[in-house]
Design a protein around this ligand. Sequence first.
Ligand SMILES: [Zn+2]
Length: 243
Amino acid sequence: MPVRLEIRLFLTGCKRTLRLNRQILAFATLAALSTLAAAQVPPAPFTRFVVVLDAAHGGDDSGGRFKSGQSEKAFTLALNVRLRSLLAARGIAVVTTRESDAAVDPNRRAEIANHANAQACLSLHASETGGGIHLFASSLAPTSAVRFAAWKTAQAPWVTRSLALAGVLNSSLQHAGLAVTLDRTALPVVDSMTCPAIAVEVAPERIAGKQIKSALDDPAYQSRVASALAAALLEWRSEARQP
Ligand SMILES: [Zn+2]
């Protein structure tokens, strides 16, 4: 083959290769750009709705001792079981800080809760003082999110959400005919939690704040409290799902 022709063919070939390369490049750029665009689009909001139940006390720490002979640690564990099964029946994932009569350190409880990435954390208590349900949010001043919150004040950026959760719990409990008091307090477990967190203290149901209508060891009362708390958490889940 004459050299000139060979060169011309070679050059044409080069041009074609170049053209092809340019096409490939354009295609690759387009593909890369679409990947980039896909990466910039926030993923569909799929956060698993998880609730943490913290049955306060346990093991050596009995908590309060009631006139019936029952201890607070047994009451909180029983309420934990009732609530967990109600939530599980409605497809809500539940993480508990204890499942038996075991002593669990407050730091460990918060650690379990924080690891769960929960949308609601309830620390369960009981008391024979007062009546109805006492809801406690952390007394820490709300702060904007900080990257490294100190352990004991980890709840601060969550306080606003916790107060909103208290509001939802309050309306559900009142709807179930239960008296509710809202308060704020310093509780090590709640203060260390990085989730909307509320301490729920169950007291006997009283008539006009005096005579006991439903005692703490009344299964029907426990069931009403658990149902109202579960209804509140369902409401909280539907609110969380709204854009
Ligand atoms: Zn307690």
